[in-house]
Design a protein around this ligand. Structure first.
Ligand SMILES: [Zn+2]
Length: 173
């Protein structure tokens, strides 16, 4: 059951000393989206939100946690994930990545610079898989490292608040 926006809005208030983001429902292909510039959190209205997985572009991160989300809990979990995006700063090694992207473009020539061919060629530039992973999510406008941090924070926070969340859910019905 989809919680009313006012309930979600009240839930996140304690996380923000001032300028609490506005929560809105939106039908999209993602679970949630944090627009930190416009101070809005979007939650997908058409999804049950029962997955802990985090997807950025074509890369998916599966957390090690064994939590099983039930009923409306997932809405609160997604919401916490988006709150986390406001709490954990966005730091990407973009200068290094920009340079690699430019080098690959030069290497490939003008005609073959689709994201897929860049992704493919980039493999040789990274010694560590984790960095290559991060580069791929960066190419698609995200940062996997950040999403992982945010997701781990959201899982911890969800565990801490689970009882309160279930009290709230009981009152919705
Ligand atoms: Zn995220």
């Amino acid at each position: 059951m989809k919680p009313q926006l006012k309930i979600l809005q009240d839930f996140i208030k304690p996380y923000f000393r001032y300028k609490c983001p506005i929560v809105k429902y939106k039908k999209e292909e993602w679970n949630g989206l944090a627009n930190t510039e416009k101070n809005i959190i979007y939650i997908n209205s058409e999804n049950d939100h029962l997955e802990l997985n985090c997807m950025v572009g074509e890369v998916t991160y599966k957390p090690s946690s064994k939590i099983k989300l039930k009923g409306s809990e997932g809405y609160f979990f997604t919401l916490l994930h988006e709150v986390g995006h406001f709490k954990i700063p966005f730091k990407v090694k973009s200068r290094k990545f920009e340079k690699i992207k430019a080098d690959i473009k030069k290497e490939l020539g003008v005609t073959k610079t689709s994201l897929d061919s860049i992704t493919y060629s980039a493999e040789d530039y990274f010694k560590k898989d984790s960095e290559y992973f991060e580069f791929r999510s960066w190419l698609k406008g995200g940062s996997m490292t950040q999403h992982i941090k945010v997701n781990e924070w959201a899982i911890k926070e969800f565990r801490r608040k689970r009882k309160d969340i279930n009290k709230i859910i009981k009152n919705i019905k």
